[in-house]
Design a protein around this ligand. Structure first.
Ligand code: AMP
Ligand code: ZN
Length: 270
C-alpha cells in the first residue's frame, strides 16, 4: 500500500478527520509535515498550515522560506507564529536556561513549548483538529524509550488520535502518518520533488531520542517497528485513565492536566 492509501485508511479506520473539519497542520518544514499537508489537500480536506518560528538560526529561516513558497504554490493558507512574540525568547535560549536550572535536556522542552503554542493558535484559527507529521518510526521510538525509562505508562492512550482526555479549549491532535515508516515518507517526499530540507533539527544531538533512532535504524525492519507499535496499542488503551479531563491552567488559561500547565511550570523559570 502506498503512502497516500495508508493515510486514507488510517483516517477512515480511526475517524481522525471529517470532510467538514477545519484542519490545521503543524508544519515544521520537514518531509513528514510537508507530505501530510500535501496529501490532505489532495484528498479534499480544508487545510491550513501553522508553523512556529523557533529561531533556530538559518535552519528556521530556510524552513520558513520553503513553507511560504510551498503553501503559496499549493494554495494553502499559512500562519507563521513568532516564538519571540509568544514567549519573549527563541528556543535555544529557553533550552539553555532550563538545562542549567532544571537539568532538562533533550527534546522535552521544545515538545512542551510546541504543544502549548500549537493548541493556542489552532484554537485561535478555529481548528477542529491539529495534524502533526509524526510517523511510525517516531512512535516505535516512543514505545521503546518509555519502556527503557521504566515507565510504559507514559504511552497511555497512544494512537493515531492523541491525548487522554478532552476538554474545553483542547484541540484534538491527530497523526495520519502513524503507520507509515519514515523511509516511506522520505521516498514519497523525494518522488514528489518537494523543495525542502531533509536535515534533522540542529538542536537534536546527543539525546536519548537520537540514540534510540540510530539504534533502531540498524536493529529493526519496518515490519518490526509496526509490531512494536501495534502491539503496544492494546496496552496503551488499557492504560488510559477513563474520563480524565483537561482543565484550564490557573496561570495562562491554556489547557492543562494539573492546576498549572507544564508550559507555565517551565517558563516561569526562565
Ligand atoms: P519533531 O518534533 O521535529 O519530530 O516534529 C514532529 C511534528 O511536530 C512535525 O511533523 C510537525 O507536525 C510538528 N512540528 C515540529 N516542529 C514544528 C514547528 N516549528 N512548527 C509547527 N509544527 C512543528
Ligand atoms: Zn499555563
Amino acid at each position: 500500500m502506498d503512502v497516500e492509501d495508508k493515510v486514507t485508511e488510517t483516517i477512515k479506520k480511526y475517524r481522525l478527520i471529517k470532510k467538514s473539519d477545519k484542519v490545521v497542520v503543524a508544519l515544521s518544514g520537514g518531509k513528514d509535515s510537508t507530505s501530510v499537508i500535501y496529501i490532505l489537500k489532495k484528498l479534499g480536506y480544508d487545510v491550513h498550515g501553522l508553523m512556529i518560528d523557533l529561531y533556530l538560526g538559518e535552519w528556521s529561516e530556510i524552513h520558513k522560506k520553503n513553507m511560504t513558497k510551498f503553501c503559496l504554490e499549493q494554495d494553502i493558507p499559512l500562519t507563521v507564529v513568532d516564538l519571540k512574540k509568544e514567549i519573549g525568547q527563541g528556543i535555544c535560549f529557553v533550552k539553555a536556561v532550563l538545562a542549567k536550572k532544571k537539568g532538562m535536556t533533550g527534546c522535552t522542552v521544545c515538545g512542551i513549548i510546541k504543544k502549548w503554542v500549537l493548541n493556542r493558535w489552532a484554537r485561535e484559527l478555529g481548528a477542529d483538529v491539529i495534524v502533526t507529521g509524526h510517523n511510525l518510526d517516531d512512535e516505535a521510538q516512543n514505545v521503546l524509550m518509555n519502556y527503557l525509562k521504566g515507565n510504559v505508562a507514559l504511552g497511555a492512550g497512544m494512537g493515531p488520535a492523541t491525548g487522554n482526555g478532552k476538554g474545553e479549549g483542547f484541540v484534538q491532535r491527530v497523526k495520519p502518518l502513524f503507520f507509515v515508516p519514515e523511509g516511506e515518507v522520505r521516498k514519497y517526499a523525494k518522488m514528489m520533488k518537494f523543495d525542502i530540507l531533509y536535515d534533522r533539527c540542529p538542536c537534536a544531538f546527543g539525546t536519548y531520542r537520537v540514540d534510540t533512532r540510530e539504534w533502531m535504524v540498524g536493529a529493526l525492519k519496518d515490519s518490526e517497528k509496526l509490531k512494536v507499535v501495534v502491539g503496544f496499542m492494546d496496552v496503551a488503551e488499557k492504560l488510559k485513565v477513563d474520563g480524565r479531563k483537561v482543565r484550564k491552567c490557573v496561570k495562562c488559561g491554556e489547557v492543562s492536566r494539573g492546576e498549572v500547565c507544564k508550559f507555565c511550570e517551565i517558563v516561569s523559570d526562565i
